[in-house]
Ligand binder design. Sequence first.
Ligand SMILES: Cc1cc2nc3c(=O)[nH]c(=O)nc-3n(C[C@H](O)[C@H](O)[C@H](O)COP(=O)(O)O)c2cc1C
Ligand code: SF4
Length: 450
Amino acid sequence: MGRKVLLDKAHIEGIRYYDVYRKNGGYAAVEKALKMAPGDVVEEVKKSGLRGRGGAGFPTGMKWSFLAKPEGVPRYLVCNADESEPGTFKDRYLMEFLPHLLIEGLIVASWALGSNRTYIYIRGEYAWIVDILEQAIAEANQAGFLGKNILGTGFDCQIYVQRGAGAYICGEETALIESLEGKRGNPRIKPPFPAIKGLYDCPTVVNNVETLAAVVPIMNLGGEEYAKIGVGKSTGTKLISACGNINKPGVYEIDMTQSVEEFIFSDEYCGGIANGKRLKACIPGGSSVPILPANLLLKTAKGEQRMMTYESLADGGFPTGSMMGSGGFIVLDEDQCVVRHTLSLARFYRHESCGQCSPCREGTGWMEKILTKLEYGKGQMSDIDLLWDIQRKIEGNTICPLGDAAAWPVAAAIRHFRDEFEWHVTHPEEAQVRNFGLAHYADPLEVAVG
Ligand SMILES: Cc1cc2nc3c(=O)[nH]c(=O)nc-3n(C[C@H](O)[C@H](O)[C@H](O)COP(=O)(O)O)c2cc1C
Ligand code: SF4
């Protein structure tokens, strides 16, 4: 049984409401933090080894210490609750069931960073969670944990919730900032990074929901104690949203001591593959990270057991490893078609590209067209090489990482499942019959030929 520090109180009835949350130890982290100097809170987060839970895994304490502090200029903390990565739904769980945990983490972080106006940028589709958060904010205001002169310290802080309008790209931190400013959500060219020039050109920290919620156990336990949970540089706990062909889809908190095998097959977590099927592959960190076939998922290329840590999931680099990413764990059984699956992802990225850079704007569309041809039995062997070539030309050549995120799934699918792509070329009639009647493309061949 792994240790839990985020969801340990999620089972308590009424924990969504302030009174119950407070009775169960809530807001102790704020009381502790506000007695400390802001710089000491940052140090505590540094000691914890916490890495950003939004995808890139950048050390949170270090990010906070980069924040510029020019005189007379406001600083902003922005909570990234966009959560649009296919397969990822852990922030939704946190906000829906433990809204005060996030609010508490936000108050501590606002104090540490000197943010008097803090924003939660939430994906538009989470409309009902906006109501939950706003109620929690109102309760925290009434209890004196938000508003003017919090706990008599002279610190003023207010939290505002802003809904996005359903664009995946607005999860990228600079696109999010643009959107928050009321503009089209186009990523900015970096540098300058938000820590220097972010929201309204002021120093800004953007952190994921789970990252900010983790600040609460860090304050309660102390950074050093928190760092003892987990393994090596993968400190603390991580929320994993597990989905696909498993018996028990859901959100699990792991302390990263689990092996991938244990996570998939034990009853404590995913409960094994559904319908008695065999495990074929898995995307362990949200749709943007490379897919791994079962053999490389359970064991690294060196033959070691693969663990649910940042390091082990990435072990082997991109040829044979993947990433923890946002913790969206998508499991595929033996009946799933990797070409169809890759097409579905390519379609998503083509649709979500903001169009600012040509490799991403054009490349994602070309990849979708070629994959559609292959999937519907209209492709040639040379299309597989063309697809490979296109993804290579996108990766690393764009303003923001959406381009990489579109390229990696295609690269990994061809690398590990080339035989399936070739099958679609050598068995065109079967590929077409297999797809006959598929409703999710209005006219797939029209898409393919442009
Ligand atoms: C296309 C794209 C979408 C992203 N979507 C999200 C998201 O929904 N939530 C999130 O926290 N980070 C997302 N990120 C990462 C953010 O840019 C940023 O790194 C993160 O919010 C930083 O928080 P952290 O340090 O706490 O992880 C996305 C990045 C890209 C390139
Ligand atoms: S990589 Fe794609 S999404 Fe990112 S800025 Fe370029 S066109 Fe826009």
